[in-house]
Ligand binder design. Structure first.
Ligand code: HEC
Ligand code: HEC
Length: 152
């Protein structure tokens, strides 16, 4: 019995080490439905930029989305909802996700550009140009925002 417990312990330790080593700065590949529907008017924003409740709100009000109408079939909604909520700011250990969630502190907004952490990092960027994350962060769609990736 003692032997089994020790083996289990070693196995758990191995899993722990593996998850620490995993690169949490990279997002899983977005489903094609997300890129097609949510990337047609603006960039398909990486899910780490808003908490799950905000993505739920956005999907639940897609008929009236910032003055536009987003059309999707129920299969597309399902795939998109799963991707956005599973990788949301409050659901992953992605570095940017944690900073976004901490800076919001429970405040709900549907705007990435209203997240205090994002505002703080871009004090010199006008709100109009800030929206196009990929214009400065070439790795934005993979959730990469570190300095080295910024195009100048
Ligand atoms: C028909 C065009 C259209 C489609 C399709 C669309 N959006 Fe938008 N989206 C907009 C417009 C317009 C705005 C507001 C832009 C502005 O204020 O300048 C916006 C804003 C946003 C914002 C806030 C950005 C900010 O200012 O911080 C998010 C988040 C967002 N959309 C997510 C989504 C998601 C998720 C989908 C897919 C379900 C989607 N959008 C599909 C038109 C669209
Ligand atoms: C006009 C260019 C520009 C645009 C547009 C822009 N950024 Fe940035 N972003 C920067 C610069 C410059 C920095 C600071 C880089 C540094 O500190 O190394 C930065 C830093 C960041 C950081 C912090 C990275 C870190 O490792 O500390 C995040 C996160 C970020 N941006 C996300 C976004 C998001 C999300 C958008 C779109 C809503 C966006 N940015 C749009 C220029 C831009």
């Amino acid at each position: 019995m003692k032997h089994i417990a020790a083996l289990l312990c070693i196995a758990l330790l191995a899993i722990g080490v593996q998850s620490i080593q995993a690169d949490t700065s990279i997002l899983p590949e977005a489903p094609s439905q997300y890129k097609k529907v949510c990337g047609s008017c603006h960039m398909a924003y990486p899910p780490v930029l808003l908490p799950a409740i905000a993505w739920e709100n956005i999907l639940d009000t897609a008929e009236c989305h910032f003055g536009e109408r987003v059309t999707m079939d129920s299969f597309e909604v399902k795939k998109i909802r799963r991707y956005l909520t599973r990788n949301a700011a409050d659901k992953t250990s992605h570095k940017v996700a944690q900073n976004v969630a901490a800076s919001l502190g429970g405040v709900v907004t549907d705007r990435i550009t209203s997240v205090p952490y994002i505002q703080k990092k871009h004090a010199n960027v006008t709100s109009a140009s800030l929206k196009n994350c990929a214009s400065c962060h070439s790795g934005a769609s993979q959730g990469r925002f570190e300095g080295a990736r910024i195009r100048r």
